[in-house]
Design a protein around this ligand. Structure first.
Ligand code: SF4
Length: 194
């Protein structure tokens, strides 16, 4: 009910496609098991991923590649100067495994607040970048290191360290994905819980 009420407000505030994307995602989060409903290992993995996302994001502070990579590209990617990889569809980054991981580490529907401005790919992409806290972003958003970014990090001298955090994040994500898949069992798809 609260999600529906917020949707009605969002319809007045945002372009319809953004409001539609966000309400669909909030409903998926509301249906997914929270920290009090998943196994201890899943909760631990989700918390580890949240911490690694924050560590990785902090390690990437100051990079310039992400601020100008979309310039000159076709729409929707080129609408803003940076964040070319965010010019994608919302549901392609918020996969069921990503929603499950985020929900288990405490992301709630209410934390999914989009930016104002034109829609240019993912519902959370705005002129200033992503409107979500790092802790609430899908793992792929934080751990994706495009070639341009890797080149900058190589020159800066911390590519190896950053790749190590990236690999730890990927490992934890894969472990959670396998756990969900095993728990689903025959006849039940693993994405049915989130
Ligand atoms: S959630 Fe944020 S970082 Fe991820 S694709 Fe959307 S705008 Fe980009």
């Amino acid at each position: 009910m609260l999600i529906t009420a917020r949707y009605l407000v969002d319809r007045l505030r945002y372009p319809r496609s953004r409001a539609d994307d966000v309400v669909a995602l909030r409903r998926r989060f509301a249906a997914a098991p929270g920290p009090d409903q998943a196994s201890a290992e899943e909760i631990a993995l989700a918390a580890e991923m949240r911490s690694l996302r924050e560590e990785l994001s902090a390690a990437l502070a100051g990079v310039s590649a992400c601020g100008g990579c979309a310039k000159g590209h076709a729409l929707p990617h080129g609408r803003w100067r940076g964040g070319h990889c965010c010019g994608t569809r919302t549901e392609l980054v918020f996969t069921d495994d990503e929603v499950a991981a985020l929900r288990r580490s405490g992301t709630t529907p209410g934390r999914l607040v989009p930016p104002t401005g034109d829609v240019a790919g993912c519902a959370f992409r705005g002129p200033e970048g992503c409107s979500l806290e790092v802790a609430d972003r899908p793992n792929i958003c934080v751990r994706f290191l495009c070639l341009e970014l890797q080149g900058e990090l190589r020159e800066r001298g911390d590519l190896r360290e950053i790749k190590a955090i990236d690999a730890a994040l990927m490992k934890a994500f894969e472990r959670l994905r396998r756990l969900r898949s095993e728990r689903a069992g025959p006849g039940v798809e693993p994405w049915e819980d989130g």
